[in-house]
Design a protein around this ligand. Structure first.
Ligand SMILES: [Zn+2]
Ligand SMILES: [Zn+2]
Length: 152
C-alpha cells in the first residue's frame, strides 16, 4: 500500500483537480439524464455515484502517465495524448509496457542517469554491482556472471 501511495503522490495537483472535475461533471450528467422513478431512487443514487468512477480512475491514470513519463525523461506530452486518445486504455497499457527505467542521480557526479546502467555515462562511477571481467550488470545473488561465466 505504501508503494501505491508513493506512486499516487507523483500525480500533480492539476491531475487530481482534473479527476475531481471529471467525477463531478459526470455525476451531474447522471443526475440530469436520470428519468424519474426508473429505476427506484436508491438504485439511481448509487448508480449516480458509481458510474462516473471508471472515468475518474481513467483521468487519474492519464495524470499518472503524464507525471511518470516526465520524471523518467520520456516524451510526456506524446504519452499523455496517447493515453487519452488511444481507445480502451491501450495507450495507458502500452505506456506501462514501454516506459523507461527511473532516472536516478549518480552518487559520483550527481548527474541524472537512467536506471539499469552499471556505470555512470558522465563520470564512470559504479552505479550497481557489475562483473569484474566483462563489466555487465550482475544481479544480487548471482555466483557467476550470466554473460561471461566469471565467478563473482
Ligand atoms: Zn557520474
Ligand atoms: Zn561477466
Amino acid at each position: 500500500m505504501s508503494r501505491l501511495r508513493t506512486e499516487l503522490g507523483i500525480i500533480s495537483r492539476t491531475g487530481w483537480i482534473v479527476a475531481a472535475i471529471v467525477w463531478v461533471s459526470f455525476t451531474f450528467l447522471m443526475v440530469l439524464v436520470g428519468k424519474p422513478n426508473d429505476p427506484p431512487p436508491p438504485v439511481r443514487a448509487l448508480m449516480t455515484i458509481i458510474v462516473p468512477i471508471p472515468l475518474t480512475v481513467f483521468a487519474l491514470l492519464v495524470s499518472y502517465v503524464n507525471a511518470d513519463a516526465r520524471r523518467r525523461g520520456m516524451r510526456h506530452v506524446m504519452w499523455t495524448l496517447l493515453a487519452v486518445f488511444v481507445p480502451n486504455g491501450i495507450g495507458i497499457i502500452l505506456y506501462f509496457i514501454l516506459r523507461e527505467p527511473l532516472i536516478t542521480a549518480c552518487p559520483g557526479c550527481g548527474q541524472a542517469v537512467r536506471g539499469g546502467f552499471a556505470f555512470c555515462p558522465h563520470c564512470g562511477a559504479g552505479l550497481q554491482k557489475s562483473c569484474p571481467q566483462c563489466h555487465k550488470l550482475v544481479e544480487p545473488g548471482w555466483s557467476a556472471c550470466a554473460y561471461c561465466g566469471a565467478r563473482q
